[in-house]
Design a protein around this ligand. Sequence first.
Ligand code: OGA
Ligand code: NI
Length: 354
Amino acid sequence: MTSAAHGNLNAVEKLMSNGHNHLHVQDKYVLPPGERPDISHFCDSYKFPVIDLKNLDGPHRIKVVNDIRRACEEDGFFQIMNHGVPETVMKSMMDIAKEFFEMPVEDRVCLYSEDPQQAVRVSTSFNATKDEFFEWRDYLRHSCHPLEECINSWPQKPALYREVAGKYCKEMRVLVLRLLAAISEALGQDSDYLNAIFGKHSQLMHINYYPACPNPDLTFGAAPHSDICGITILMQGDVSGLQVLKDGKWVAVKPIPNAFMVNVADQIEVVSNGRFKSAKHRAITNTTTTRISIPTFYGPSLDTFIAPAASMVDEKHPALYRGYKFEEYTKAFWSQSALKRRSTLDRFKIEISP
Ligand code: OGA
Ligand code: NI
């Protein structure tokens, strides 16, 4: 047997979606007591803002922009309705994602990689070479922009994957660009502001697959973290699992059918000099139902220089972060393990003397 084949055997054993890993919680998934999700003590009464985008492109735009500003300042998370993405496109994407993770494991393991630089990859946990404790998930991750340059390297199975995911990515990009314009205005800038700051832009498709778990209190689907891109648009289907940290409490987000969850991510926090918040969040598992969530991570291209925008910095608001090339930020993120990645932003903070 070749070493590559040995490597593949190994990968099959690592994958959560290999047909047996999800049946009992092996030691490497069991978190130390202080790190476990306290699944009986979370808040489900707080409601994150739900913003209707119906009026975004009409005479009431200013009201929608104000709602978005408040949500970005106070919550970092909001759900959006009437976002313009056809339900059929959303459903087809969710269905093909499910099909992808329900194919025989041999059809996925050929894409297995633990190298974050790999443009198209299937992996498990967060950063399998570094994680002390594994997260209860597999994922497929690949670039989507510019679409014509990357679509030919996407998975070939299921047969319709490229067509369906390609349509979804195009819709996501249109939606993100509308949101970036609105968020720019919410920051008091021209609608083109963030579009220009993000340089050549990057768009990543990320499909999380969280099988049902016999002991959801011992493990995380995704450990607490903030997203490192500029903005995330999450399709979370109809199974709960997402929790967001709000005023020190973990709040469960109930999915609204056909809505998307939007969150400010680290690069918008940095550009806005901390005015808009990249909120911490996590995913927990449940005993009965497999959950699939599909975040689109959208932000600057790797070669883009990111820093607090000059217009966001003054005597009262000194720069909170140093500038960097986005590539440096992504490397810092991927140098961490599942339980440490919550702190990437902190590594770019400027110490402000009292
Ligand atoms: C992520 C994430 C949340 C979820 O993949 O970054 O936060 O609900 N996922 O799956
Ligand atoms: Ni996230």
